[in-house]
Design a protein around this ligand. Structure first.
Ligand code: ADE
Length: 231
């Protein structure tokens, strides 16, 4: 069982996806659990404020320490071993090897196995966060070299890429094994389903041959590699 507690101001942006398809199946099977904490509940003053202007000037608002620490500590009170993930463009780049390590109970690839498998994902919003928040964070994760408006999409991507690797979540036993990126930078081989011919495009004969040895060789030789230029 892997558990994610998502601290966010925008639960409604995240929850529908987790109630759909494979993520929902994982919950129903008791393989994953998703909880939410509303950061607003820990806001300050009558307006439950969670952000403020930056010292030294500058545009935008920053997440304040107090609500964030209070929200995280409220979760850690019941599970002190829960690890905190902060999606941020300046974090370590998220990769399949990390998703697999986390599905195996280890987030940092070299980490000891974490039996509790409870991760708190803090979704920042606004222009950023007070740097002191990092003192309560275990892992800073970046989804890539671009800037999103908040941590909700990164949280979903992290969760999806991990949960689908948990044995029993995907349909075929080997589905997660043979697919793209499972083996380093290898992309999966081309696949086809019925009909045998569509608008003049035929399925390669070898795949119709029933010769599993030859099919395996064909798939091996047709597995792509990641193209850094995306061409
Ligand atoms: N928050 C904003 N942009 C992000 C990114 N690229 N990765 C992770 N978190 C983010």
């Amino acid at each position: 069982m892997i558990k994610f507690t998502i601290i966010t101001l925008f639960r409604e942006a995240i929850e529908p996806y987790l109630k759909t398809s494979m993520m929902w199946k994982a919950t129903e099977k008791g393989l994953a659990q998703f909880d939410f904490v509303n950061l607003r509940d820990f806001g300050l003053g009558p307006h439950k404020s969670v952000d403020d202007t930056p010292y030294g000037g500058g545009d935008g608002m920053l997440l304040r320490c107090e609500p964030v620490f209070a929200a995280i500590e409220s979760v850690k009170k019941t599970d002190p071993s829960a690890k905190v993930i902060l999606p941020t463009p300046v974090g370590e780049i998220w990769e399949q090897s990390r998703a697999r390590a986390m599905a195996d109970g280890k987030l940092g690839i070299d980490d000891e196995k974490n039996e509790t498998q409870h991760y708190i994902i803090l979704c920042p919003h606004y222009e950023g966060y007070d740097e002191r928040i990092l003192s309560i964070v275990d892992y800073k994760i970046s989804l890539g070299k671009y800037v999103l408006t908040g941590g909700e999409l990164p949280a979903l991507i992290i969760i999806d890429s991990v949960v689908r690797l948990i044995p029993g979540v995907l349909g075929g036993e080997n589905s997660a094994e043979i697919e793209s990126f499972s083996d380093g930078d290898n992309l999966e081989y081309p696949q086809y389903t019925r009909p045998e011919e569509f608008r003049g495009m035929r399925v390669p004969e070898i795949l119709l041959s029933g010769n599993h040895g030859e099919i395996a060789k064909w798939r091996e030789s047709h597995s792509g590699k990641v193209d850094p230029d995306g061409a």
